[in-house]
Design a protein around this ligand. Sequence first.
Ligand code: HSE
Length: 345
Amino acid sequence: MNKKTNLMRIIVCGMGVVGQSFLKLLLASSSTLYKEYGIKPRVVACVDSNGVAYSPTGLDLEKVLEIKEKFGSLKAFDGPKLPSDNYIEDLDAEVFLELTPTNLTTAEPGLSHIISALRSKKNVITVNKGPLALSFSSLIELSDYNNVMLRFSGTVGGGTPVLEFAKHCLKGDKITSFSGILNGTTNYILTRMADGLPFNEALRDAKEKGYAEANPSLDIDGDDAAAKLVIMANWIMGYKVTLRDVDKMGISNIHPDEFTKATAEGKSIKLIAKCDKKDLFVKPLPISKDDPIYVNGTLNAVTFKSEHSGEQTIIGKGAGGMETASSILRDLIEIKENMTKYQVN
Ligand code: HSE
């Protein structure tokens, strides 16, 4: 690992909205990253499903973005070939970014990518929920064994620092439970349904606005919220749970009368994820309009209950390319701080 310089060589695997936003954010933040955090990021490889852009001395990110925008793939990138098919293990880099789409059935290809990167002693940042929702403990063990960091702030809350708040801001206290809204798409759909729109129209609207996952059943059946709940339960509460342990119900079968009843009681129906000593569930529940987690549209909100400091709620946008890219940048800074701490002089 390159501990003695400020250089951070990065491999970006997955060049969708988040990957492209991250490159844009690096371009916009390079002087701040160096002045305030001593980081000189060099993206040495960008990989998408059709092609690769590679330069061992650091890619011209503007050129990479231009090619991606113009051709929709990196296939047209004119540059050196990767020196090996097993590029994740063989390339020299401090950080591997795993940004391929979430697969909650097999976790692939993200899971294999992360394992290869950790085994070759690269720090990993991912926003891919699949590997963590299905294999959280073993991935953390693998990162510890190889003495590198695995960070995943963007998997929960998009750019809102839900995981960091719980992990770093309540030191010395103990979180005993948390509950909240972890999926922006369903919150948007439920907000529209509370205004009287039928489910199918609200779903179509959410799709048109680009909120829903490529496969919207991940949102509406509660799988996306359940994956986030599993990540939080493992990371924050120290539980050893996977997706199979979540008691899960989606939002596609809510009768319009339930909205009418909730409204009469000063409530509305929200898809709630909850974790405490006895419950690990995702289900639609009536929530009082006075409850701090009562947020509308695509917002996410989580209330943490702690032993000594009471309840705190964090609210913010739960998705978005640039927002999620900002969480990757925070993880990158944390990794750099950790590398500096153990720097050998
Ligand atoms: N489909 C997800 C949501 C995206 O609506 O919250 C962010 O994980």
